[in-house]
Every structure is written in C-alpha cells, then in structure tokens.
Design a protein around this ligand. Structure first.
Ligand SMILES: NC(=O)c1ccc[n+]([C@@H]2O[C@H](COP(=O)([O-])OP(=O)(O)OC[C@H]3O[C@@H](n4cnc5c(N)ncnc54)[C@H](OP(=O)(O)O)[C@@H]3O)[C@@H](O)[C@H]2O)c1
Length: 327
C-alpha cells in the first residue's frame, strides 16, 4: 500500500510564520490561495497587473501584487502557472526577486522533472498535486471535505521540506481525503501518460471513431452522439464510485456479454504496443521537448487540433443537441 497521510498526521505549524505567495491565480491558484487563507495561513498572490486573474484576486479580497513583488515578499512560492510559461516567468520575474532560501511548491512535476526551470540549491522543492481541478478542490474544502493530492519532495534544503509539504497539503484540505507520497518523476509520468492515453487522448478518439462508424452507416447522428458521448458520464460515474468490476456488475447482461467480446478486439495487442510507445516518449523526455518547442512557436499543434474539433461533425451535432434537448 502507498504511503498516505491524513489530517491527524500533520498540522500547519511549519508554515504558520511564513508568507506564502501563490503565483498564478487561475484554475489551481485561486483554489490553493483561498483554501490556504481560510486555513488561517498568511497568503498573498502574484499576478500580471491588469489581467483577469488580478481582477479575480481583487474581487476575492486577496492581497495581490505583481509577480516580482510577490516573489520578493514570500518565504514560500507556489508556482501555479501554465507549465510551458514557467521557464520564462520563473527565470525573469521570480528568481531575480526571491529571497535566499525561499521554498517552492508545484501542483504538477513537469517543469522540475523535465528541468525546464532551474531552482537554487538552497530552496525546498515541494510537490502538492491535487487529483482534480481547482473548482473541485475549493468546493470540497468549503463542504468540510478534501480532494486527494500527490505529494513529493525533490529537494530538502531546510530539513523541513516534508513538514512544509504536509502542512501545505493540510492547508489546501488534501489531507482530509489523503495525500499520497510519490516523486516528481512518478507524478509527472503517470499524469502525462494518463491524460494522453485515456482522459484527453484515447477516450475522445474512441468516442469520435465510434460516432463516425455509426453515422457513416446511416444511423442518426443525434442518437450516435447520445450513445457514444453523453452516456460516457453514466459509466464514468460508476467507474469512479465502484471501479471496473463494480461497473460491470451494475450493467445489463447484454452489455456485459457484448463488452466481453468487443473490448479486447478494440484494445488489442497493437493498442497495447502503442500505449507502451506513448509511455516511452514521455519517459525519455521527447514529449516534453516537443511540447515546449511547439509552445515556443505559438502552439500550432494545439491551434490545429482546436480548429479541427470545432468544425467536426460531432461538435456540430453536440451544439445542435444542446439547443434542442434538456439533457
Ligand atoms: N487545471 C488542473 O486541473 C490542474 C490539476 C492539477 C495540477 N495542475 C497544475 O497546476 C499548475 C497551474 O495550472 P492551471 O490549470 O491552474 O493554470 P491556469 O488555469 O491556466 O492559470 C494560469 C494562471 O497563470 C497566469 N499566467 C499565464 N501565463 C502567464 C504569464 N506568461 N505570466 C504571468 N502569469 C501568467 C494566468 O493569469 P492571466 O489572467 O494573467 O492570464 C493564470 O492566473 C500547472 O502546473 C498544472 O499542470 C492543474
């Protein structure tokens, strides 16, 4: 069993006398800052002046500064920026202003593991990666619950990095649910692999291919959309709550029998070889290199993907259904 830490094993004491700067006030940043503040810690935020995030911090009553100023005031900086923006912002705006010995917290191991940024040897380097979006991290916290997180220490310069890591996880509410010990390498690889293979890569492609198969054989596109895409939520909820065996137990015998035959035909040895290839590309760092390169040219691959998706038949059907069905 993995090492899992809960509220009773940690407290906030290692962060109580520190100024915590949350840099980036987006999906994760806003939730971390609000939860840490509501836990009684001293939080400031660092944003671009005049940006949407800056306005949001202001509306939330958060002390806000431009990033260099927030970095200068902080004892611990949570770097909650898009992964591809970290190299420039960390090297140009944070490090030139941060105090000696400032600790750094990340919500994803990408920049540290792939060495797209370089941090001082006298800094603690800590990972507290919530296992879901900031909105959920915040709403669960407000309900008195928590979202599990993955936690790790890459560099313990102060001798206090683990206590700080646990205090931070406690402060955002993650140890109410459980904080699982990992490494920056393991969190980065598993997160990237899973989003590519299942969540954002494999699953949407399977939905699109199945939709196209039905529609190309003359079946109504609206029915294809509902069966192949909308109903994923029902199965995802079952998987989330009960795992694969529980999901299978909850479906009809027709569905059980059909899935026993069709599942392994679709996810066959060839698919498994492709999965191993995707994993290898992440492990070698080739994926990270290509992503950073693409991002430095204005994200042409992402733009092309978004354009293709927007104009696809499945997207058009989805938009039409949204206007005509209360579902
Ligand atoms: N999203 C998730 O569900 C999730 C889950 C777990 C971990 N993470 C990790 O959390 C970290 C933050 O991701 P996120 O999804 O919270 O990002 P996000 O929602 O895109 O927010 C990014 C924030 O950074 C600011 N920003 C963007 N580019 C900037 C730049 N060049 N200079 C200064 N500020 C800039 C944005 O402010 P402006 O208003 O100024 O643009 C915004 O406040 C990443 O490491 C990510 O991998 C995300």
């Amino acid at each position: 069993m993995a090492d899992i830490f809960y509220d009773k094993q940690c407290d906030l004491s290692s962060l109580e006398n520190l100024t915590l700067a949350v840099v980036g006030y987006g999906n994760q940043g806003r939730a971390h800052a609000l939860n840490l503040k509501d836990s009684g810690l001293n939080v400031i935020t660092g944003t671009r002046a005049g940006s949407k995030s800056c306005q949001q911090a202001k509306d939330d009553g958060m002390p806000f500064f431009e990033i260099p100023e927030a970095a200068a005031r902080a004892d611990l900086i949570a770097v909650l920026l898009p992964d591809e923006q970290m190299p420039r912002v960390v090297s140009k705006e944070i490090l030139p202003n941060a105090k000696k010995g400032t600790a750094f917290v990340f919500a994803h191991g990408f920049a540290v593991h792939h060495k797209t940024i370089s941090l001082p040897t006298d800094s603690d380097i800590i990972l507290v990666a919530p296992t879901g979006p900031g909105r959920q991290l915040r709403s669960l916290y407000q309900e008195g619950l928590g979202l599990p997180a993955l936690i790790a220490v890459e560099q313990d310069a102060s001798g206090m990095a683990w206590q700080r890591c646990l205090s931070y996880a406690h402060g955002i509410g993650a140890t109410r649910a459980g904080a699982i010990k990992t490494s920056f390498q393991e969190e980065t690889v598993t997160d990237l692999f899973c989003e590519q293979a299942v969540l954002c890569g494999g699953l949407p492609e399977l939905i699109k291919a199945s939709f196209d198969t039905l529609v190309s054989q003359g079946y109504q596109s609206e029915l294809a959309y509902i069966s192949c895409l909308k109903e994923v939520k029902l199965i995802a909820d079952l998987l989330f709550q009960q795992g694969i065996d529980g999901m299978r137990a909850a479906i009809s015998n027709t569905a059980k029998y059909g899935s026993a035959l069709a599942g392994p035909q679709i996810i066959n040895s060839n698919t498994r070889e492709q999965l191993a290839r995707v994993l290898k590309r992440i492990e070698t760092g080739d994926f990270a290199k290509d992503f950073i390169e693409d991002s430095s040219h204005g994200n042409p691959t992402i733009k092309e993907l978004m354009k293709t998706e927007r104009h696809s038949r499945i997207a058009k059907v989805g938009r039409e259904l949204k206007e005509n069905l209360i579902f």
